[in-house]
Design a protein around this ligand. Structure first.
Ligand SMILES: Cc1cc2nc3c(=O)[nH]c(=O)nc-3n(C[C@H](O)[C@H](O)[C@H](O)COP(=O)(O)O)c2cc1C
Length: 249
């Protein structure tokens, strides 16, 4: 066991998604520093297959909030960063050298999406290390084509998720995670006692929500996940992503 936690580990341990933001602005130089830090994230084959679109205009944030399923925090946070999976520069490199672009594959779609996720997480961590609050917004995948149009994305780019950044107006308690034994394995996957772990987690999460006066059932996590997984979500996503130049099949 390490004797002391690093500052980075402390920042991660304090993480909680923020949904209530103060209207106070964040200056541009802070945003650029956060995103420059995030750009140090590792990237598959140095492709850097992601881009950030920083949205500060209220009207655009309001439109994105609606597209994300009326998520008011997207409008309220002073900055929204659309994290794009972006193969447009790879295509430009092919054009430059007279090579056909064969990046519309499942592999390259995954490469760009993983790159975007790593860079987005690094941006979130950098922002939180400065005391800012963040929440990621997968609701960007509700209407990927409309989001791409609104942000004038080039062909071969889409927004798998975005990031609200702002000064927290309210910081909820840190949300418990699944028991360690269910998630961290050594040498080989130990699938035993899943039921026990799920029961323990349901209980921990129910206690967490009740402490905040949020109505919940005792099986909070399993109930919600069973509900989510019992029908297909975003069934038209593949068609939308194909239109944007990504072949996930
Ligand atoms: C890729 C991704 C997409 C997410 N999308 C949303 C979203 O659309 N709206 C939202 O309120 N939270 C969203 N979240 C936040 C998660 O709900 C949150 O991280 C999770 O419940 C754990 O809570 P915590 O971050 O406070 O620990 C997203 C998180 C990730 C990683």
């Amino acid at each position: 066991m390490v004797a002391t936690l690093s500052e980075t580990m402390r920042t991660l341990a304090r993480h909680v998604s923020i949904h209530d933001f103060l209207p106070d602005p964040i200056d541009d130089s802070t945003i650029v520093e956060i995103l420059q830090a995030a750009r140090r994230a590792p990237t598959s084959s140095n492709l850097q297959a992601y881009s950030f679109v920083v949205v500060r205009k209220l009207e655009t944030r309001a439109e994105l909030a609606t597209l994300a399923g009326d998520q008011r925090h997207v409008e309220e946070a002073p900055v929204f960063v659309a994290v794009c999976a972006d193969l447009s520069r790879a295509e430009a490199a092919c054009n430059l050298h007279g090579q056909p672009f064969r990046g519309d594959t499942l592999e390259m779609g995954l490469v760009a999406t993983v790159d975007a996720a790593l860079a987005g997480m690094a941006a979130s961590l950098a922002a939180e290390s400065l005391g800012l609050g963040t929440v990621m917004i997968g609701g960007m995948r509700n209407h990927p084509v409309e989001v791409a149009r609104l942000l004038r994305l080039p062909p071969r780019a889409f927004v798998p998720f975005g990031l609200c950044i702002g000064w927290p107006a309210r910081r909820p308690p840190v949300k418990p995670r699944m028991p360690e034994r269910a998630v961290i394995h050594f040498e080989r996957y130990d699938g035993g006692e899943v039921g026990d772990a799920l029961a323990a987690y349901d209980q921990a999460l129910a206690v967490h929500y009740r402490a905040q006066d949020r109505t919940t059932c005792d099986a909070s996590w399993t109930h919600q996940v069973a509900h989510e997984f019992s029908s297909a979500r975003r069934g038209d996503l593949r068609t939308a992503l194909r239109e944007l130049g990504f072949e996930f099949s």
